[in-house]
Design a protein. Structure first.
Length: 354
């Protein structure tokens, strides 16, 4: 049997997903594209190749979430596609606005020696974006549900919150436009991409499919870009109005001052992610994600034994907010020589299980 390769297609626009999935399925006779959708009734997938639709099936789910869909439908479908022996490459077109991370975690396990996809190899995560709307989408505070793009009835994300996870984990960021991609869109994609990722231009319907699907990566490498304790040393220069601010300190956040300053972090058009620790909870590795005026924080678990605790945020924006954000960061840190104990903790509603 020839080598079976699996890639992931992540998108933010139904038109982009449909058009690119169609082209990838029809440009190569040995490529199958499996488009998945999840709603309150369950999961539906359509598998298509150059010969047309080869599967169109629906199944109920215990929970209408992507993790359940991956476990109950995506992985078994990929196993069938491999076992048919007709396909050399399978592209999983995720539901629009879906985070690729749950599928990457499953593939990392199932493509291992003991997994049901052992022997398959990984291609890449492709983030296909509308270059015309990217600058607006990346900072958009409209609710996905209002835009008809929510993954479930309780999807409480704004559009900007869908952009970050899709772009930061990708191996290839594909900017699609009928005309030349604007310098601002290309600069923003360059700043938001993860380490080692490529930025490509293309025209919808005329993408170089062979080049796009030729890249080879590993699920582990993609996941490493978004790991809770990940710190990047990559420096991206200011370009065409886009800047990235890396805020890094060995100091913890002071719980009360962080709470007082949170609006100074949130009230800006930025994409941000990182990790931190709170002086009153020194053992907890906390994660930070911000986009579209929303800030989400949580405690991931204990700090890895091999990592020193640090507070590290990477923030990308296009406005004149950089100095204000940097000052909010500095004001929130524990000061040298300042002591605090658990009795001073004010974060019970932020980290209820800590």
């Amino acid at each position: 049997m020839s080598t079976f390769t699996i890639s992931i297609l992540a998108t933010l626009d139904p038109v982009v997903r449909a058009a690119l999935a169609f082209q990838l399925a029809t440009d190569s006779p040995d490529t199958v594209v499996v488009s998945h959708d999840v709603d309150e009734d369950g999961v539906r997938h359509v598998a298509s190749g150059a010969c047309g639709v080869v599967e169109n099936e629906s199944a109920p789910l215990e929970h209408s979430c992507l993790s359940c869909a991956v476990r109950e439908d995506v992985i078994p479908t990929l196993v069938r596609m491999r076992d048919e022996g007709c396909w050399a490459h399978a592209v999983v077109a995720l539901p629009v606005t879906a985070d690729p991370a749950p599928l990457l975690r499953s593939l990392e396990h199932e493509m291992g020696r003991a997994g049901v996809l052992a022997g398959a190899r990984f291609g890449s995560v492709i983030a296909a974006l509308d270059a015309v709307t990217l600058v607006d989408d990346a900072f958009c505070d409209e609710w996905l549900d209002d835009l008809g793009l929510g993954l479930s009835n309780d999807d409480d994300r704004v559009l900007a919150e869908a952009v970050g996870p899709v772009v930061s984990v990708a191996d290839v960021v594909l900017l699609l436009s009928e005309s030349e991609v604007t310098p601002e869109a290309r600069a923003l994609a360059t700043h938001l991409r993860g380490e080692g990722a490529a930025v490509m231009d293309g025209v919808l319907g005329e993408v170089d499919a062979e080049r796009l699907l030729s890249r080879r990566g590993r699920p582990a490498d993609a996941l490493a870009r978004i790991a809770p304790a990940h710190r990047t040393s990559r420096v991206t220069k200011d370009e065409n109005g886009v800047w990235t601010l890396v805020l890094d300190s060995p100091q913890a956040f002071h719980p009360a001052r962080l709470r007082e300053s949170i609006h100074r972090f949130a009230d800006h058009n930025v994409q941000a992610r990182g990790h931190f620790w709170v002086a009153s909870r020194p053992e907890g590795l906390c994660v930070w994600e911000a986009a579209g005026g929303q800030v989400r924080v949580g405690e991931h678990g204990p700090w890895p034994s091999a990592r020193r605790r640090r507070t590290h945020l990477r923030i990308t924006g296009m406005g004149a907010d950089r100095a204000q954000i940097a000052q909010a960061f500095a004001d929130s840190l524990l000061r040298p020589g300042e002591a605090i104990d658990a009795d001073a903790d004010t974060m019970e509603d932020w980290f209820p299980e800590a």
